[in-house]
Design a protein around this ligand. Structure first.
Ligand SMILES: Nc1ncnc2c1ncn2[C@@H]1O[C@H](COP(=O)(O)OP(=O)(O)OP(=O)(O)O)[C@@H](O)[C@H]1O
Length: 333
């Protein structure tokens, strides 16, 4: 069982937001919908939630054909980026809301709210108002509220988008742990590749209304199906006509490798534990379509060991293990 989206197309006027999208999101997994802004991620999530209807195609949620079901009949919980809490109600009351409108017995509501607040580490804030919480705490309250009614599916649209980098990182780790504890099928939208790679079991890459690739973080990173996926998942540069990651380029200080091309270190910039080099290739060795300056990332240790400095002559080549789209495709077929 799973969430199954089959042949879904959605247009806004003439604009095709989703173009015949089919995907299976496995039960119990934490899946990221990843892609650039405007690619159609939120539209797909909203169609799964029932907040938007598809022009054609079907949505099945855990075996139930849901295409024409209203959101409240789909048993999904959702959390959005700018979560609207009831400002005049305490944190506990906000979490209890969904249970109370379903007229659950009072002692059950009290017990369930206590459990959920414990789960999201907000027990000591039960009596505060939402305005008295930090942004990260408010998002955790939103998650507790969404989980209160025991949804089979939890849908999160950029839930940590509005928060600063450090809090986002904490919440992502926390979401991963929470997901493992409650094991509800979770789908979240993000445009942040690091967030998707770090948290998700499975990533669906969406661009211009189409699915580019579906796979585990390792599959996508190591075996990108297209230049688009490869560039979206991390920094890339072009060397000898192929897309390659800057850390998959070997630097030599002598002309020892027949594959290597000569150039000069134009600049080097140290960022934390790594050093980013801009290597200006000798004009005669620039392959058509490649940039004249290639970005190469080496570790501090390599930089020290090779005594690299600006203005120095170097030779660069793909490392043996370098993964490029072309290499993966030729290996596959
Ligand atoms: N209600 C609407 N009316 C008209 N166009 C819309 C509507 N909702 C979305 N769109 C358009 O559909 C496209 C896909 O939007 P969507 O919100 O799904 O993208 P996204 O991948 O989630 O992007 P972002 O990361 O910026 O939220 C965009 O070009 C958007 O402008």
């Amino acid at each position: 069982m799973s969430i199954n989206v089959s042949g879904v197309t959605k247009k806004f006027g003439d604009f095709v937001a989703l173009d015949n999208v089919s995907v299976d999101l496995p039960t119990g997994h934490l899946t990221a919908l990843l892609g650039p802004s405007g690619g159609g991620k939120s539209t797909l999530l909203r169609i799964i939630a029932g907040l938007e209807s598809a022009d054609s195609g079907t949505v099945t949620i855990e075996g139930t054909e849901a295409t024409h079901l209203p959101p409240q009949k789909r048993n999904v919980g959702f959390v959005f980026q700018h979560y609207a809490a009831f400002k005049h109600m305490s944190v506990a009351k906000n979490v209890a809301f969904g249970l109370e409108i379903r007229k659950r017995p009072k002692d059950e509501v009290t017990r369930r709210v206590a459990e959920l607040l414990e789960l999201v580490h907000l027990s000591q804030f039960a009596h505060r108002l939402p305005a008295q919480l930090s942004g990260g705490q408010r998002q955790r309250m939103a998650l507790a509220r969404a989980l209160a009614v025991e949804p089979t599916v939890l849908l999160l649209d950029e839930p940590f988008g509005a928060l600063d980098a450090k809090v986002r990182k904490e919440l992502r780790e926390w979401l991963r742990r929470l997901h493992d504890e409650v094991s509800v099928t979770t789908v979240f939208v993000t445009h942040d590749q690091e967030e998707a790679l770090e948290v998700a079991d499975e990533i669906v890459v969406i661009n211009e209304g189409r699915i580019e690739q579906v796979g585990s973080p390792d599959q996508l990173y190591d075996e990108p199906a297209s230049d688009f996926v490869m560039s979206f998942l991390g920094p890339v540069t072009r060397l000898q006509g192929t897309l390659v990651r800057p850390h998959d380029i070997e630097v030599y200080t002598t002309d020892e490798d027949p594959q290597a091309v000569p150039g000069t270190i134009a600049r080097q910039l140290r960022v934390g534990f790594e050093v980013r080099l801009s290597v200006a290739l000798d004009p005669a060795h620039v392959t058509e379509g490649d940039p004249a300056e290639i970005e190469v990332t080496v570790t501090r240790a390599t930089q020290r060991h090779l005594r690299l400095e600006e203005g120095q002559r170097v030779w660069i080549a793909h490392t043996n293990g370098a993964r490029t789209v072309a290499a993966v495709q030729s290996a596959a077929g």
